[in-house]
Ligand binder design. Structure first.
Ligand code: UDP
Length: 415
């Protein structure tokens, strides 16, 4: 088990961007929890939405007077292959999980539980926040302490494979509270009064979301190999079948004949806990080989936060063609930069693209292509959607609102 080093952040800096009606109650609830100790437990320090959230949330907890640490479970690649299967099954995937895989999941959870039990931070902590299925079983095997436990589900569990909940539910039932992104995600077997609904949020001041001027965005993309004078559409996401990157390529090919010079960028990260990434990367490379208008980038070839920022800022339209989606931080990230999005009607995406703000929801590849073309041909409408999307994100999906919801939950568990 590893403790992740995070930098320092000050809540006061967020007053400039987040609404007062969020920051004031946040300070009040943090005051009631002052000195409380929290462990966040997750599966990877980089790649994907959970690590994105914790990297900013943990230092802000500390600035608010709540002593938080972030710990990562350890496991062999075979363990993460099982947890990805479990993740997929919760999202409706049908690949069966074998008894041997279940044993590996539980043995690895037990080993992590031993390490957690021996960790001095655990002995005197007040709350343990466990993120997603990978570490969900750890607390079932660890020493009992007075800490209150929360399981935070970031996955789209609206249509799980039969049996997936029956298994994971055994571990989840032991928690004092659970958190889901949407009411639809709460499994029918879990009492509704034990499930809170909280949406994730983005850090508006992180290198990924900070304001980048046009010249810098232009220079960053030029350096990476994008031609800034040609129109660009981009999808940023882990290389995962649920994000439908091949559907994005197909939609792009339908639109390209109508938009001279159009380029597509697929920007994807490889996460420690996502062994499917390379497989999907290979199928994307096969599908885009010999097509000079399609650019594929990964975090392993130098695409970091600032580059993602530049793609989201500079693209004419962003795409997020997810079929299943927990929340989809990338949607709020794009909208925060005023860039409109064409996005799959899945999971938490319709919360972000709602009420005619931000972009357009789509249900198929052809639909995606049609809406993409419409926005590329109507820059006025695209800009208006981008602007309304940014305001929606400011009101609902910035980090101080997430902290307010989480601390309110902890306060309720404590008192
Ligand atoms: N991300 C990144 N580089 C990439 C691809 C994704 O930094 O090449 C980030 C992305 O900006 C977002 C997170 O990974 O912050 C993905 O979170 P999201 O909720 O969209 O999806 P998840 O990966 O959790 O399913």
């Amino acid at each position: 088990m590893q403790t992740v080093d995070v930098g320092e952040l000050a809540v006061s800096a967020y007053r400039k961007v987040a609404p007062d009606w969020i920051v004031e109650p946040l300070l009040a609830v943090a005051d009631r929890l002052r000195g409380a100790r929290v462990i966040h437990l997750s599966a990877t320090p980089y790649g994907g939405g959970v690590s994105e959230l914790l990297r900013s949330a943990v230092p802000l907890y500390n600035d608010l007077g709540v002593r938080a640490t972030w710990k990562i479970i350890s496991g062999e690649p075979a363990f993460f292959a099982v947890t990805k299967k479990l993740h997929n099954a919760l999202q409706g995937g049908t690949e069966p999980i074998t008894d041997a895989e279940i044993r590996l999941y539980e043995e690895t959870s037990r080993r992590n539980a031993e390490q957690l039990s021996a960790d001095p931070d655990f002995a005197d902590c007040d709350f343990v926040f466990v993120h997603d299925p990978q570490p969900a079983a750890v607390l079932s095997f660890s020493d009992t302490t007075g800490a209150r436990s929360v399981w935070r589900c970031h996955v789209d569990t609206s249509q799980p494979a039969p049996g997936a909940w029956d298994y994971l539910g055994k571990f989840v039932e032991g928690y004092d509270a659970t958190v889901f992104t949407l009411p639809d995600f709460v499994p029918p077997t879990l009492p509704r009064d034990r499930a809170d609904i909280i949406c994730p949020a983005i850090d508006p001041l992180s290198p990924k979301n900070m304001s980048l001027d046009d010249r810098t965005a232009h220079a960053v993309l030029n350096w990476i190999g994008i031609e800034p004078d040609r129109p660009l559409v981009t999808q940023v996401s882990r290389f995962d079948p649920w994000k439908d990157p091949l559907g994005v390529i197909e939609a792009f090919r339908l639109v390209r004949p109508e938009v001279p010079g159009l380029q597509l960028a697929l920007v994807g990260s490889m996460a420690l806990d996502d062994p499917e990434g390379w497989e999907v990367y290979r199928s994307i490379s096969d599908a885009s080989r010999d097509d000079p208008d399609i650019h594929v980038f990964t975090n392993l070839t130098g695409v970091g936060n600032v580059e993602v920022n530049a793609f989201q800022k500079f693209s004419s339209v962003m795409i997020q063609k997810s079929i299943r989606e927990g929340f989809g931080l990338v949607v709020s990230e794009a909208l925060w930069k005023g860039t409109p999005i064409v996005a799959g009607r899945a999971g938490g995406i319709p919360l972000q693209v709602a009420d005619d703000t931000g972009g357009v929801l789509v249900d198929s590849t052809e639909h995606c292509a049609r809406e993409l073309l419409d926005l590329l041909q109507d820059p006025g409408r695209a800009a208006a959607l981008g602007a309304s999307g940014r305001e929606r994100v400011r009101r609902h999906f910035l980090l101080p609102r997430l902290l307010l919801d989480e601390l309110t939950l902890l306060d309720g568990l404590a008192h």
